[in-house]
Write a protein that binds this ligand. Structure first.
Ligand SMILES: Nc1ncnc2c1ncn2[C@@H]1O[C@H](COP(=O)(O)OP(=O)(O)OP(=O)(O)O)[C@@H](O)[C@H]1O
Length: 231
């Protein structure tokens, strides 16, 4: 296993043009490990994920993915990093199965048809394989986007609140998939408000906050989530 962390973030400061979004953030993620970002609504978790994905230029601090500066346009970066953000990004004129096939083929997966069948099954979408996204429920659309995140090669998987809109059964299936991901040596960075997902998947956590962003054990991070005011 390589000694270079999959993600290294040191004193990262991020802003949308004004004040910093949160206190400086530092963490590393090794291969085979999952790190969760926790914190209240608006604390800056998605912003940190956007920076790791090269979608937001840091104000200061350093950020490397697989030992290199982040450039999301690079083919190598796109071959190593898969992400599912908090948006509803899909092609309205492609069916569920076509989305997965397009993603797998576009990224050079060797058996795109087999992988598509497996993902349709695992994400409970087999009965909707030939359906357009507009005819899916919001939870089913979320499953499709998550399935697409698993349809491409990756060493790092970045997920923004993947639990959103999923029922309990699908959350449990997702947790199992993420554990398999780290078991096979993949790294996972996720933002979450789900203490059970956190406890079953993450090895470490970082609390993102405006005063001090700090590393937490998974148990303390789960406690911090459970202490959040109800949404
Ligand atoms: N595109 C943007 N332009 C300006 N400000 C933004 C933008 N996106 C987010 N923000 C602000 O940055 C702060 C952090 O937002 P972010 O989405 O990172 O929070 P979060 O921790 O992911 O929240 P949540 O738990 O609600 O998803 C918020 O105050 C938000 O209003």
């Amino acid at each position: 296993m390589s000694a270079t962390p999959v993600v290294r973030v040191d004193d990262l400061v991020l802003s949308y043009g004004g004040e910093p979004v949160c206190a400086p953030v530092s963490f590393t993620i090794a291969a085979g490990r999952a790190l969760a970002l926790v914190g209240a609504n608006g604390s800056g978790k998605s912003t940190v994920l956007r920076a790791v994905l090269g979608l937001l230029e840091p104000v200061s601090g350093s950020l490397q993915v697989l030992g290199r500066d982040v450039d999301e346009r690079e083919e190598l970066f796109r071959a190593q990093v898969s992400s599912v953000l908090d948006d509803d990004a899909y092609f309205p004129a492609l069916t569920v199965a076509e989305h997965l096939l397009l993603t797998a083929r576009g990224h050079g997966v060797r058996d795109p048809d087999d992988l598509t069948d497996e993902l349709l099954e695992d994400f409970g979408l087999s009965d909707h394989a030939d359906v357009l996204p507009v005819a899916l429920s919001s939870g089913q659309r979320r499953r499709l986007l998550l399935a697409a995140g698993f349809a491409r090669p990756r060493q790092l998987l970045v997920l923004d609140e993947p639990e959103q809109r999923l029922d309990q059964r699908m959350r449990a299936a997702l947790a199992e998939r993420l554990r398999a991901e780290t078991d096979r040596g993949g790294a996972v960075l996720l933002a979450t408000h789900d203490p059970e997902l956190l406890e079953s998947v993450a090895h470490r956590a970082v609390l993102v906050a405006d005063d001090v962003s700090r590393r937490l054990s998974v148990a303390d991070a789960a406690r911090a989530i459970r202490a959040e005011p109800p949404r």
